[in-house]
Design a protein around this ligand. Structure first.
Ligand code: CP
Ligand code: NVA
Length: 304
């Protein structure tokens, strides 16, 4: 197993499935009267250079449930915001904490942090990847009876960080992924190429949402404008018109299809209120599963 979890390609298919199984065990144990605390006395430093609700809270609660402690570090209140080099921050935090979570802009920043840190670094979202999100998504799809090696997933919208992590998951596990996006908004070609070398999955880029959605087991979407792209908001709203999961698109999918969204959602843009609030939506289970699968990730990556 690698020291760090920066992208889905850092995990093998067996490691992904094992993390999901372990996440399910933590979920079952949630109500247990005799808590198991494998990370007693351990600390997790969490650097957040972008906003977060789910990632921040789920990692913090996960550490508490595992017996450890998490520290939220924002750039405003630390020397990170005053330009202290990432490699210095990495070396200092490694002397106090047992692992580091980072949410930042350039994926390279997380790579640089991990290279200089002697403790595990976990990606809590970069412009390039969102691996913990997709682990929770896979756990949710599995709970809903989807075969993680054979399912058909349709990603509708922007080929962003979440889409890149889906491309990697498809190739590591071997399922079928169709990404429907406008020209110019495809997942990162370098990710497609690297994941393609693993090559178990079948990943296709199409233009028409209906073509991606046809017979899909999972319909997935995310915002059209990710954090850091706010200046492009107007242009993006025009480019993505029609790339919306609505009731008509859902009818193209398999009868048992589920709808997923990493949240936060912009109702009326990438998904309708009717669909996200409807019976096929799994979005709040997905959000909950961030906590459980990250307990598995922390237990696995932190030395104890
Ligand atoms: N899905 C997700 O990562 O949400 P947050 O931005 O609230 O952490
Ligand atoms: N693609 C979105 C995901 C938010 C959880 C973003 O990067 O803003």
């Amino acid at each position: 197993m690698k020291k760090d979890l920066l992208r889905i390609l850092d995990l093998s298919d067996r490691e992904i499935l094992s993390l999901i199984r372990s996440g399910a065990t933590w979920k079952r144990r949630g109500g247990s009267r005799r808590p198991i605390r494998p990370l007693t006395g351990k600390s997790l430093a969490m650097i957040f250079q972008k906003a977060s609700t789910r990632t921040r809270v789920s990692f913090e609660v996960a550490m508490t449930r595992l017996g450890g402690h998490a520290l939220f570090l924002s750039p405003q209140d630390t020397q990170i915001g005053r330009g202290e080099p990432v490699r210095d921050t990495a070396r200092v935090l490694s002397r106090y904490a047992d692992a580091v979570v980072i949410r930042t802009f350039a994926h390279e920043t997380a790579v640089e942090l991990a290279a200089a840190a002697t403790v595990p670094v976990i990606n809590g979202l970069t412009d390039g990847h969102h691996p913990c999100q997709v682990l929770a998504d896979l756990m949710t799809a599995g709970e809903r009876g989807k075969d993680l090696r054979k399912m058909r997933v349709a990603f509708i919208g922007d080929g962003n960080n979440v889409a890149n992590s889906w491309v990697e998951a498809a190739h590591v596990l071997g399922f079928d992924l169709r990404v429907a996006c406008p020209k110019g908004y495809e997942p990162d070609p370098a990710v497609i190429e690297e994941a393609g070398k693993v090559g178990r999955g079948n990943v296709r880029i199409v233009r028409a949402p209906a073509e991606a959605a046809r017979n899909a087991d999972v319909l997935y979407t995310d915002v059209w404008t990710s954090m850091g792209q706010e200046a492009e908001g107007r242009k993006r709203r025009a480019s993505f018109k029609g790339y919306c999961i609505d009731a008509a698109l859902l009818r193209q999918a398999d009868r048992g299809a589920i709808v997923m969204h990493c949240l936060p959602a912009h109702r009326g843009e990438e998904i309708t209120d009717e669909v996200i609030e409807g019976p096929r939506s799994a979005v709040f289970d997905e959000a909950e599963n961030r906590l459980h699968v990250q307990m598995a990730v922390l237990e696995r990556f932190i030395q104890h």
